[in-house]
Design a protein around this ligand. Structure first.
Ligand code: PEP
Length: 250
């Protein structure tokens, strides 16, 4: 069966020193869990987090990468650089990157391929805006993001990667999708991956819910048959809250 995966997206919070302390504080709180735990600090704090997490059950991921491995791309960071630092995961296509930094389904697709080239596991974010939901376009938007962002891969890669369904209107707002609504979309994504790549890889692919996940609501999402964990923003910045989410999800 699919291993539960809880990932923390720290966004643009935490210096290197703060990241080290957060991981140190988290370690004793999540010691014995079967859950796969990932923390995703900003680029500048990745090395400190990797160092602090070394020898534990906590993996480290980046929040983005560029699709070329090296070259004249000022300000960008590549897959080989992240792998060299000790990262295992990389978030790709977060809605904040789509909204503020021009991320598109086409760039997501190139970044997913780049992550695999460097043996990084992509956590690929999809999800509709409030206007799209109100227009009844949720499934259509998620279908487009999955078909275009995750096209051109192999069944083996689909089985390895992680998808995060994050309705944009639920991120950082305190509003959540109902567990049933999240299940409906996540079940739809799994079915779509099945049509694209076959039932077996689609069953092995882990799909998270994201959007105002807290210790109080994680259990209701985990009860759903297709939800394999969560991508957590705000609540991942506090070790006690993040550990409570991990331990409740177990
Ligand atoms: C996120 O940033 O991916 C997220 C889900 O944020 P929050 O948990 O704060 O809504």
């Amino acid at each position: 069966m699919r291993q539960v995966i809880i990932a923390g997206n720290w966004k643009m919070y935490k210096t290197a020193g703060e990241a080290r302390r957060l991981v140190e504080d988290l370690k004793p709180l999540v010691g014995a869990t079967q859950v796969e735990i990932v923390v995703c600090p900003p680029f500048t704090a990745l090395a400190a987090a990797v160092n602090a997490a070394s020898g534990t059950n906590i993996s480290v991921g980046a929040q983005d990468l560029f699709w070329e491995d090296e070259g004249p791309y000022t300000g960008e960071v590549s897959g080989p650089m992240l792998k060299d630092l000790g990262c295992r995961f990389c978030i790709i296509g977060h809605s904040e990157r789509r909204q503020y930094f021009g991320e598109t389904d086409a760039s997501v697709r190139k970044k997913v391929q780049a992550a695999f080239r460097s043996d990084l596991i992509p956590i690929v974010c999809v999800g509709e805006t409030l206007a799209e939901r109100e227009d009844g376009k949720t499934l259509e938007v998620c279908r487009r993001q999955v078909e275009e962002g995750l096209g051109g891969l192999t069944p083996e890669k689909i089985a390895r990667l992680v998808v995060a369904y994050e309705p944009v209107w639920a991120i950082g707002t305190g509003k959540t999708a109902t567990p049933q609504d999240a299940q409906e979309v996540i079940g739809f994504i799994r079915e779509l991956l099945g049509k694209m790549y076959g039932k077996d890889p689609a069953q092995r692919c882990r799909i998270q819910y994201g959007g105002s996940v807290k210790p109080e609501n994680i259990a209701s999402f985990m009860e759903q048959p297709d939800i394999d964990g969560a991508l957590v923003g705000g609540a991942s910045l506090d070790p006690i809250s993040f550990a409570a989410i991990v331990n409740t999800a177990a």
